[in-house]
Design a protein around this ligand. Structure first.
Ligand SMILES: Cc1cc2nc3c(=O)[nH]c(=O)nc-3n(C[C@H](O)[C@H](O)[C@H](O)COP(=O)(O)O)c2cc1C
Length: 349
């Protein structure tokens, strides 16, 4: 397939789907500028996801992708969750609050039921992507029959081969530099490959088009990935600072003021890279017990963040960002895309 032609986009630039951060306006701005806009719907109810897709379609006639999580849902582990709640209890206590007694599965998986599939078939976005795993064969079949392009994140060759065997159209090659959750299928196995190495590895062993993602902040970075064989690049962190993202003030400020990242499982129960904050300094100590499963741990983290924020402490936020965040630029979508394209086309040779 030809990525630009089949997706009907002008530039090989994808916006990362970013649950909680992407908005219809941000997605549409990127699409209207010739890139592929994106909605991260993994944290949305079916109704909220529908509203976001319809709102995006009202703002652009161009292609965009929607994104869902394909994790294997875990049954609630009472003992592990209780140990985790007990460990975090002092953080609630310091704000005069009581820790929750129960944790909820706040994010259903695309694999759990077909409601999200039906929504995609009904609203027909150009492309749909999946993180943490591959949809079921009947889901892939239905998307194919509807002419919707499918994409799945791979972080290593095993995942990429499984994606190829499943009949998916495009591999999103996520390197260890990436902001947000590692797309790993098995939450306890991460081969931690850098984006440039992963692109070359997958290019050598797979036949599908490859989209490089992780640590790409400039047109020079993008150009390098294309030179290594990527068909397009996907950027997340670079767009979080745009006015049209859903990032709050504390997050925006931290992107520029504290551009150091670390991967932790403590926030959600799955490894994810974000700006260093209390999770890394206060929670990830040698005494830390095994974190509650994803997304139960995330339920606790969100409650603690809300509580701490009410007391003016934003240090428990999930401020996802890639390792190259220090290269972030304060540019709105049109200027950022223009700049990326200019840098990609600049020939220094
Ligand atoms: C704030 C944020 C939220 C993210 N949420 C999602 C998501 O919902 N689904 C997904 O597939 N990837 C998500 N990612 C990961 C991106 O798809 C991509 O791997 C990452 O943005 C690439 O690294 P970069 O941030 O250095 O550009 C997120 C990344 C960030 C920064």
């Amino acid at each position: 397939m030809n990525v630009l032609e089949d997706l009907a986009i002008k530039h090989p630039i994808f916006l990362s789907p970013m649950a909680g951060v992407s908005t219809p306006t941000l997605a549409a701005e990127v699409s209207n500028q010739g890139g592929l806009g994106a909605l991260g719907l993994g944290a949305s109810s079916v109704d909220a996801a529908k509203q976001q897709i319809l709102a995006t379609q009202a703002l652009t006639d161009h292609s965009f992708q929607v994104n869902f999580f394909c994790h294997q849902s875990q049954a609630f582990n009472q003992q592990r969750s209780q140990t985790w709640i007990d460990y975090i209890r002092p953080q609630f206590k310091q704000y005069g609050a009581v820790a929750p007694t129960q944790l909820d599965c706040i994010y259903p998986s695309f694999l759990d039921h077909d409601d999200f599939l039906q929504l995609v078939l009904e609203t027909r976005p150009k492309a749909v992507s999946f993180h943490f795993g591959i949809p079921y064969p009947h889901q892939i079949q239905a998307l194919k029959e509807a002419g919707i392009i499918t994409m799945v994140t791979a972080t290593n060759l095993i995942e990429a081969r499984a994606i190829e065997a499943a009949g998916i159209d495009i591999i999103i090659a996520q390197g260890i530099e990436a902001g947000g959750h590692r797309g790993i299928f098995n939450p306890s196995f991460d081969s931690s490959i850098q984006t440039s190495d992963l692109v070359q590895l997958l290019k050598k062993h797979c036949n599908l088009p490859i989209v490089a993602t992780g640590g790409i902040m400039t047109g020079q970075d993008a150009k390098y990935m294309l030179k290594l064989g990527a068909d397009a690049v996907q950027l997340g962190t670079a767009f979080v600072q745009c006015k049209s993202s859903n990032a709050n003030e504390a997050y925006r400020k931290a992107l520029f003021d504290q551009p150091i990242t670390q991967i932790t499982t403590s926030i959600s129960g799955r490894p994810a890279r974000g700006l260093m904050n209390h999770w890394h300094s206060q929670i990830d100590t040698p005494e830390r017990p095994i974190v509650a499963d994803y997304p139960y741990a995330y339920d606790l983290a969100k409650q603690l963040h809300q509580l701490a924020s009410q007391h003016g402490d934003h240090g428990f936020g999930a401020f996802w960002a890639g390792s190259q965040v220090a290269k972030i630029r304060a540019l709105e979508v049109p200027d950022l895309i223009n700049q990326l394209v200019l840098e990609m086309n600049f020939n220094a040779d």
